[in-house]
Design a binder for this molecule. Structure first.
Ligand SMILES: O=P(O)(O)OC[C@H]1O[C@H](O[C@H]2O[C@H](CO)[C@@H](O)[C@H](O)[C@H]2O)[C@H](O)[C@@H](O)[C@@H]1O
Length: 291
């Protein structure tokens, strides 16, 4: 496939999205950019432990972080895991919000800030093996500390197993004060009270009067952030919603201002953004790497 002439603007198909990008380019130092991890920065793989950021991601985050008001990975994973899988441990000014905004990396203190977990997490941890043994013994549990994710991708019938587990896992979660977060062949039982929309709004509030708010995501758990961008737009803050497109979550495609082709497309779009911010109109542009 040939690259579009203007890879930054070409994917945008709405006037609101174009206005959001223009506002970001006009004042990048007051812009917020939030990025999901799995399926957006990292290609989807069968085993969550094998997920790694697309090879171009670390470099482009390094270029963008000093140019933007806030650049953050907003993920359903624990903070430390994403810092490791994205290879961004030393990355100055990159923020990471984990567990759908429940926890955050405090770079200054060098530690993760997280609230005390509700007892329901431990109760579900104990009850889950018995329930899965009866209903879907080949489903895999990813214990994320603050939540338990049940994956069906590696079962012989991923979709069917996912559907079979939906109601019983919702009941189990509810009985212990948790909620179910559905995703790409995953049902995650997690504490209530946080979502990616809240995490994105918190980043915008902390910055104060952002010039633009952008979110890039691929999955149902990103919808709250998509909605937050729309709500901010309704309140007068320009914004852009970008979907990392996949056949697995077609419902997101119509909800975005731009659709790019998975994590490779996201990396190219972010690179085009970094390139645009590195032009003479933006004297604070990215440093030129040594030859
Ligand atoms: O908010 P995210 O950063 O997108 O995290 C959401 C879930 O992503 C992971 O699962 C997904 O990616 C796996 C690795 O590619 C894949 O095997 C799985 O099918 C996907 O659902 C992660 O394992 C979950 O814990 C996250 O909640």
């Amino acid at each position: 496939m040939t690259e579009p002439a203007d890879p930054l603007h070409a994917p945008l198909r709405t006037d609101e999205g174009r206005a959001g990008l223009a506002a970001l380019l006009a004042a990048p130092g007051r812009a917020v950019v939030g990025l999901d991890f799995d399926g957006t920065l990292a290609p989807i793989v069968d085993d969550p432990a094998d997920a790694r950021a697309h090879p171009a991601v670390r470099g482009v985050l390094e270029r963008l972080a000093p140019l933007l008001g806030r650049l953050a990975v907003v993920t359903g994973r624990p903070v430390e895991q994403v810092v490791e899988l994205a290879g961004v441990a030393q990355l100055h000014r990159l923020e990471v919000r984990g567990h759908y905004g429940l926890e955050r990396w405090d770079a200054a203190a060098g530690r993760v800030v997280r609230p005390e977990l509700p007892p329901g997490v431990e109760q579900v941890r104990r009850a889950l093996p018995g329930l899965l043994l009866a209903l879907a013994p080949d489903a895999a549990v990813e214990d994320k500390g603050a939540s338990l994710a049940v994956h069906t991708r590696r079962t012989p019938a991923p979709e069917e197993t996912f559907e079979r587990l939906q109601a019983p896992l919702a009941e189990l979660a509810e009985a212990h004060g948790l909620v179910v977060e559905p995703g790409r062949f995953v049902l995650e039982l997690r504490p209530p009270g946080a979502d990616k929309g809240g995490a994105l709004r918190a980043l915008a509030d902390e910055l104060g009067d952002p010039s633009a708010v952008v979110f890039v995501g691929d999955d149902l758990g990103d919808l709250a952030a998509f909605e937050a961008v729309r709500a901010l737009r309704a309140g007068g803050t320009p914004g852009v919603v970008v979907c990392s497109g996949s056949d697995e979550v077609p419902e997101l495609l119509q909800l975005a201002d731009a659709v790019v082709e998975g994590p490779a497309g996201v990396a190219s779009w972010l690179t085009a953004l970094a390139d645009a911010l590195g032009t003479p109109e933006h004297p604070n542009g990215a440093p030129v790497p040594p030859a």
